[in-house]
Design a protein around this ligand. Structure first.
Ligand code: ADP
Ligand code: MG
Length: 472
């Protein structure tokens, strides 16, 4: 019913992936699905090629149902999946992009695209400006202004027109997926190329990792020079710096240096400076020293306008009734709104028909009826711990007994227990089928050490904080 039998494997997998991406966490998606591809199809069986045994096991044990359901949504005649390890498995290499971002692919093979294949616009390297680290597709031109972001937009434009003079620093805050990154990058892009000003966009997480590397490789001077030689410094998601004292310290000094020299600073956060716990007072007062503007949730009309704008960019014609329906489904996150639109577009492009309301409803109903709360929660915990300790997810949930991995793993178990009230056997299962006594031991040990180990306590506080920020 959904696709012609001639649909090529690449398109089939691409649409299924778009679907899968919406039901698993970003981190898991990047870890488990990025390298996978469809190798072949034999009647009702499809063969998924992966690059190693670990991925095969993970997909087979944890994601089989999700993958099967997503493939069946595209082609209901698929009944079975076999997972195979293949060195040359990946036919399509997928860039890891945030949930709902335009789904973009780079073909690794030389297979020419099929004439009617519905490839979304591709993101080429040329969309990134290397020196500034800006993604040039986030511009003011493509940014829709509504009551929810009017002030933030006006401030951003003023800063782009008169960097270092209008509002300094500019601090934008608002919930996840509401356009902070877009607006921040639009400031940079508006200046980029029109003047000789040096711009640097960085997420606070990247800033921290660069700092850590600089410390490890004793290249702190280079790091400082790099950040203190810019005219506009844009730091995204500073809430992440909560509890990271050393990084806050570095940012504070960078701030002073740049500010003192009349350079422009722009920050974003998911909450106002006051609400960022464990933010050093002196940095907080710097953030509060300029202009603070919030971004709220867009109203229905603005959401429709945003969808319209996205359709124009993609040169897609979608009836107003369909857009209104999509806009009514997602109220608080423009990234998700865009994700729904992408999904609808991908489906109808493949069909070669204009989207209609009935089928859109059908298509999106699967999406909204998925019970994914618990899974998302588990993923969040794993991701928060993994990123806090800079580990690979596969190490965290894997078998390694290295000291650097064992403690974070125990912390993750402890958090699953304390935050999610998971049973010990359930925790064991998440960590590669370990015995429940292992989970019990880990939780007991972390609980006990928390009382007297200050470093561990700080770690757990920072991870918890991150959990609640991302869970909002
Ligand atoms: P945040 O950084 O606040 O989490 P993003 O800036 O990444 O959110 O926005 C998420 C997605 O929504 C991006 O693809 C962005 O282009 C889009 N978006 C957000 N706000 C707008 C808007 N006002 N107009 C057009 N697109 C928007
Ligand atoms: Mg962002």
């Amino acid at each position: 019913m959904l696709v012609s039998p001639h649909t090529d494997l690449g398109s089939l997998w691409r649409i299924a992936l778009g679907d899968i991406e919406l039901s698993v966490s970003k981190a898991h998606f990047a870890t488990w699905f990025k390298q996978a591809s469809l190798a072949r199809r034999e009647e009702d069986l499809v063969v998924v090629a992966v690059s190693n045994i670990f991925t095969r096991e993970w997909l087979e044990n944890k994601y089989h149902q999700v993958i099967l359901a997503s493939l069946q949504r595209v082609d209901p005649t698929i009944q079975r999946i076999r997972y195979e390890v293949s060195a040359h498995g990946a036919v399509l290499q997928r860039r890891a992009l945030p949930l709902g971002e335009t789904i973009l692919y780079k073909r690794a093979s030389t297979t020419p695209p099929t004439p009617n294949s519905a490839e979304p616009p591709r993101e080429s390297e040329s969309q990134w400006d290397k020196a500034s680290n800006l993604n040039v597709r986030y511009t003011f031109e493509t940014f829709v202004v509504g009551a929810h972001n009017e002030l933030a937009h006006a401030c951003a434009q003023a800063v782009a027109r008169r960097p270092g003079e209008a509002y300094n620093p500019l601090f934008l805050y608002g919930g996840v997926g509401l356009g902070k990154t877009h607006l921040l990058q639009a400031v940079g892009n508006a200046v980029l190329g029109k003047s000789s000003l040096r711009i640097r966009y960085v997420t606070s997480e990247k800033f921290m990792h660069e700092l850590i590397t600089a410390i490890q490789t004793k290249t702190q001077y280079n790091f400082r020079d790099r950040y203190r030689a810019v005219d506009i410094l844009i730091v995204d998601d500073v809430q992440f710096l909560a509890g990271k004292e050393k990084t806050q310290d570095e940012l504070f000094h960078t701030f002073n240096e740049l500010y003192g020299a009349g350079k422009q600073l722009v920050f974003s956060s998911d909450r106002p400076p006051k609400a960022i716990a464990t933010l050093e007072e002196r940095l907080r007062s710097r953030f509060e020293g300029g202009m603070i503007a919030d971004i709220g949730a867009p109203d229905l009309e603005t959401r429709i306008a945003i969808l319209n704008a996205k359709c124009t960019i993609r040169k897609a014609h979608v009836p107003e009734s369909v857009l209104t329906y999509i806009a009514a489904q997602v109220a608080n996150n423009i990234r998700e709104l865009e994700g729904c639109l992408n999904r609808v577009l991908a489906y109808f492009e493949l069909q070669g028909t204009v989207p209609d309301l009935e089928r859109t409803k059908e298509l999106l109903s699967n999406l909204f009826s998925q019970p994914k709360r618990t899974r998302v929660h588990t993923d969040l915990v794993l991701e928060a711990v993994r990123s806090h300790y800079h580990l690979d997810l596969s190490d965290l949930v894997g078998k390694s007994r290295r000291k650097q991995v064992v403690l974070p793993r125990q912390v993750a178990m402890y958090l699953l227990r304390s935050e999610n009230q998971f049973s010990f056997p359930a925790i064991g299962a998440i960590f590669g089928g370990r015995d429940h006594t292992t989970a019990m031991h880990a939780c007991g040990k972390v609980g006990e050490h928390l009382e007297r180990n200050e470093v561990l306590r700080q770690d757990v506080v920072a991870i918890r904080q991150k959990l609640y920020i991302s869970a909002e």
